[in-house]
Design a protein around this ligand. Sequence first.
Ligand SMILES: CC(C)(COP(=O)(O)OP(=O)(O)OC[C@H]1O[C@@H](n2cnc3c(N)ncnc32)[C@H](O)[C@@H]1OP(=O)(O)O)[C@@H](O)C(=O)NCCC(=O)NCCS
Length: 392
Amino acid sequence: MKDAYIVQSIRTPGCKQNRGLFKETRPEELLSFILKTAVEKTDGLKPDDLEDVMVGCAFPEGEQGLNIGRVAAKMAGFPDHVSGATVNRFCSSGLEAIALASARVQMGWSDITIGAGVESMTFVPMGGNAPRPHPEYSATNPEMYISMGITAENVANRYNVSREDQDKFAAASQNKAVRARDNGLFTEIIPTPAYKYEKQEDGTYKKIEFIVEHDDGIRASTPEGLAKLGAVFAAGGSVTAANSSQTTDGAAATIVASKEKCDELGLKPIAKLISYTTIGCRSDEMGVGPRYAIPKVLKQAGMTYDQIDIFEINEAFASQALYCIRELGLEKSMDKINIHGGAIALGHPLGCTGAKLTATCLANLKEVKGKYGIVAMCIGGGMGAAAIFEMV
Ligand SMILES: CC(C)(COP(=O)(O)OP(=O)(O)OC[C@H]1O[C@@H](n2cnc3c(N)ncnc32)[C@H](O)[C@@H]1OP(=O)(O)O)[C@@H](O)C(=O)NCCC(=O)NCCS
C-alpha cells in the first residue's frame, strides 16, 4: 500500500441554521470557496494537479444536490479533468470522504484527491425537503426514522446521564470555545465570503457581501444558566437547546496526496490517516456509536488510548458524548477531548462535520505538539465512525 499524506486541512466557520451569517449563502459557494482556498494555500499545488473531489453531504438534495462534488469542483475553477462525487453516511460523511480519498491514494488509484464536506442546514433541513419513510417498514420499525433528539433522551435515560451532567458538559464546551476564539486558536478556520440580500427603498434587493471569521453560535454559558432551559424533544426530558449540537451551515476540505506527488511538487505532508472504521448499533440509541467505533479503530491500528493526544468526539448531544466518554474510561482524559469545544458550541453541519473535525483535530495536534488524534462521531440510523490521524 502507498503512503497517503494530508497536505492541507481547513474549514469555514460554522454558522447557525436560519439565523446565522451563512443563512443566505448557498452551499455550493461555501464548498467551492473552501476547495479553491485549500489548493491556493498549498504551496506547489495547482488545480491542474488534482484528480478528484469527494464530498460528504448528509442531505444531498435541493441546492446541495445534483452531485455537489462535481458542481463545486467546477465552481472552484478546477479544470474539466477533475472529477467529483458526493458521499453520504449522514454525520460521518465528511470523514468518509477523507477516508475514501486516502484509500484511493493508498491503492495507487489516484495521486491527489480532495476529501471534503458541506452542509447548509438552512437550505436543506435535517430530514430533507421531502422525507418519505417506507410506509410498511416505518410502521414496524419507527426507530429508524425517529428524531435524533429522542435517541439522545434514550441514551440519557437508559445509561443514567443526568440533566445536571449534560448541562455541565455543554457549558464547558461553550466556555472552551469562547477561550479558543478569543485567543485565536481556531487556526483551521478560513475567513469566508458570505452574502445577504437587503431590501431597498424602491422594493428591489441588493446583494451585500461580507466576510465571516468566526463560528457564530458560541456563547459563554454556566451550568446554572443552562439548567433553566426546558427540554425540547420530550416532555419531562433532559435534552435542551443548549445541551444539543447546533444545527449549522459550513464546509471543510482536506487534500490527500501520494508520497511520489508530494516529492514531485514539493508538497509538505502534515499528517496521514492511519485507520478508519464504522460500526452499527441500535437505531434508537444511535449516540452510543463512538463507544464501539473508537475501540474498534484502535484495535485495527494496534494502538492504545494512552497514545492518543487529541480526541475530537462529535457532540451531537451532551448525553451521548458523555456516555461514550464514560464507557471508554476517558473521563480522566478530558484535557485531551474537544479541547476547543465541540458541536454544542461550534455547530454540527451534518455531512461537513467529519471533514470539519479532521481540520480541527490536525490544528489541535499541531497546537499541543501531539502525534496521534482520533476523530469520532455517532451517526443517524444507528452507527459510529472513528479515524486515527498521525502527524508527520
Ligand atoms: C435542539 C434544537 C432543536 C434547538 O434549536 P433552536 O431552538 O434553533 O436552538 P437555539 O440555539 O436557537 O436556542 C434556542 C434558545 O435556547 C436558549 N439557549 C440555547 N443555548 C443556550 C446557551 N448556551 N445559553 C443560554 N441559553 C441558550 C436561548 O434562549 C435560545 O434562544 P436565543 O438564541 O434567541 O437566546 C436544535 O439545535 C437541534 O435540533 N439540535 C440537534 C441537531 C441534531 O439532531 N443533529 C444530528 C445529531 S445526530
